[in-house]
Design a binder for this molecule. Structure first.
Ligand code: BGC
Length: 349
């Protein structure tokens, strides 16, 4: 597995794609079909804006469907994108196994595919994502670096049909395993959360607190939306701010919780960068470029079935109270929103 840094990905994409909108590398007059799993988290709208912008600026057509968190609907969504004439598909699978029949159909029809953010174990799909195991490692490492190296840890995992939930967990465990083995860290609650829904995460956290008589010292939540649910459960017990909570996505509310001190970290995946790499790769694929000739790729075979796919992995950035200026300076969040109610001494506020 090879990783490329965000800077390198952006730089190499820029180097390779420079001027290509008027040249022959990117397609013109093609239809790009995007199958979204859900728009529950705010990041997906940002991903979409970048992808749509690049596709349309290149003279191509953007069509899309929102599966609204239903694996069943997503199967018919993909079929419909194919019948509307998609020349290339970007799929964010809600459930990576359930989507396979639609993927097989696209492959049989020779339509190139990108598994966007979430892996599809099919050799014809290009997996474009942030390094999810790396996101998990950063969550756990930030927890240890904050001084929380022992105690009762709760793990609020994402949806079980999303391989990212497991990739994240694997990265988290890589970092925490020695503490667990030594007995310093106790895994007291370890639950998947249907649909990554904040309200389900809140319920999971409430049940965890009840089962432990509130003796929970750290919460590893696999995304920001669920961190919001976990913090609400902690809040109800007067524990918010005293128990560190992780997340990912750079949600605006989560960055603000970091500033207020109720969330320890949001691992930021600048989806504008991911959208750019994927949209440009999609336009190259639509133009007949072979998967192997897409720049910056490497083989990836860490999925459940061990299928080797071609991948592009970008590197995430942990945002804590010591580097909130990074997301402000990058134009990801405005200072007033990020810093409202911030504790003293928060970077950038
Ligand atoms: C994505 C996360 C997102 C989650 C819920 C995961 O596959 O990587 O960024 O928060 O799905 O949509």
């Amino acid at each position: 597995m090879k990783k490329i840094s965000l800077a390198l990905a952006t730089a190499s994409a820029a180097a390779i794609f420079a001027g290509s909108f008027s040249g022959s590398v990117l397609a013109e007059g093609k239809t790009v079909g995007v199958s979204w799993k859900v728009f529950q988290e705010e990041r997906w709208k940002r991903d979409e804006a970048v992808i749509k912008g690049i596709v349309e600026a290149a003279g191509d057509t953007y069509i899309s469907a929102d599966a609204q968190g239903s694996a069943g609907k997503q199967l018919t969504d993909v079929e419909s994108l194919i019948s509307q004439g998609a020349d290339v598909l970007l799929i964010v699978p809600f459930d990576s196994e359930a989507i396979l029949p639609a993927v097989e159909q696209a492959a049989a029809e020779g339509i190139p595919m990108i598994a966007y953010d979430v892996q599809i174990e099919h050799p014809d799909s290009l997996y474009v994502t942030f390094d999810n195991v790396g996101v998990g490692r950063l969550m756990a490492q930030t927890m240890l670096d904050s001084g929380q190296t022992e105690g009762n840890f709760a793990f609020i995992k994402g949806d079980p049909g999303d391989p990212n939930a497991t990739f994240l967990y694997n990265g988290i465990m890589e970092v925490l395993q020695s503490g667990i083995d030594s007995g310093a860290i106790k895994n007291v609650c370890d639950v998947f959360t249907d649909g990554w829904k904040p309200e389900n995460a809140q319920r999971n956290m409430e049940q965890c607190l009840t089962s432990q008589n509130n003796n929970v010292d750290a919460v590893i939540s696999e995304n920001d939306g669920m961190a919001g649910g976990a913090v609400a459960a902690l809040e109800a017990q007067g524990m918010a701010g005293n128990v560190p909570v992780t997340g990912q996505d750079g949600d605006l509310a989560a960055i603000n919780r970091v500033a207020r001190g109720t969330q320890l970290v949001s691992v930021w995946k600048d989806s504008r960068a991911l959208g750019k790499v994927a949209a440009e790769a999609a336009l190259m694929l639509a133009n007949g470029t072979a998967l192997a000739d897409i720049p910056g790729t490497a083989p990836f075979s860490d999925g459940k079935r061990g299928v080797e796919v071609t991948s592009i992995l970008l590197e995430p950035t942990p945002i804590t109270k010591s580097n909130i200026s990074a997301v402000i300076d990058a134009g990801w969040i405005d200072k007033a929103k990020a810093c409202e109610g911030a504790q003293d001494g928060v970077d950038g506020c």
